[in-house]
Design a protein around this ligand. Sequence first.
Ligand code: SER
Length: 313
Amino acid sequence: MSEIILVIGASGQIGNELTQKLRAIYGNNHVIASDIRAGNEEMMTSGPFEIIDATDKETILKVVKKYKVSQIYLLAAMLSATAEKFPQKAWDLNMTSLLNVLDLAKEKHIQQVYWPSSIAVFGPTTPKENTPQKTIMEPATVYGISKLSGEFWCNYYHEKFGVDVRSLRYPGIISWKTKPGGGTTDYAVDIYFKAVEEGSFECFLAEETRLPMMYMNDAVNATIQLMRASPKDVKIRTAYNLAAIDFSPKEIAAAIKKHIPDFTISYKPDFRQEIADSWPSSIDDSEARKDWGWKHDFNLSSMTKDILNHLKS
Ligand code: SER
């Protein structure tokens, strides 16, 4: 049986590239893109698109029935920095959308669910380096609270109702096609655009702030690999730790300087510094590597080269 996939939040940073990769694998008409707003031209012309508000279960169900959807990738969410400004809205969006999709799976309308978690599930009391899969989790942000709660809802629906839901704790995801919005790790995307356009960048985190990060290509591959793994290999039904690289603003600036020697960076930490300080600086993802064979391809220098090549052309 061939899968029919619905991506909710397809116009966002990860949704956009994930949708195009899924269309390349499963066929354009097998991947329904959806978002609260229209996507870019490639998205709108390469396959079906539906407007969906992820908090509205009836609309999701209608689309599921219309296309006989078998899997949902739920990427709609409010990220960490914006969520601190709109706590109630963030909680409503992040939780209602997840429970909507989990319920559709419980009611057997769909067979499989992907939902992303985040390094934000960890907090100031978590061991900062090589943060293990199982450890102290006391998140200090609204976003982190919603992701940690979401992880346990996923596990609960799996245990009680047999729902096949899979999840990854994404680090900061770095891309050049679509910009993120409202996250604490967004600086590591903006820095490339500013380096190419203006030759300088003012960073909202301090120079030594080390955070776990990953290139978009790796994030998309990890996601699809987890979803295609045999159910017996998916042993964690909260969410898997996932890692590739970690660096500080100072180190990413140095990597850019190798290609743009005149590039300069200055630092003006704002409220996002406190969020970043509460997160791990590196992640131990050995369970993902052991259970379903996760491997990353890009390091800081190969990612930097790839992004700058794309942005310059
Ligand atoms: N990149 C996200 C953020 O900064 C973390 O999951 O909010």
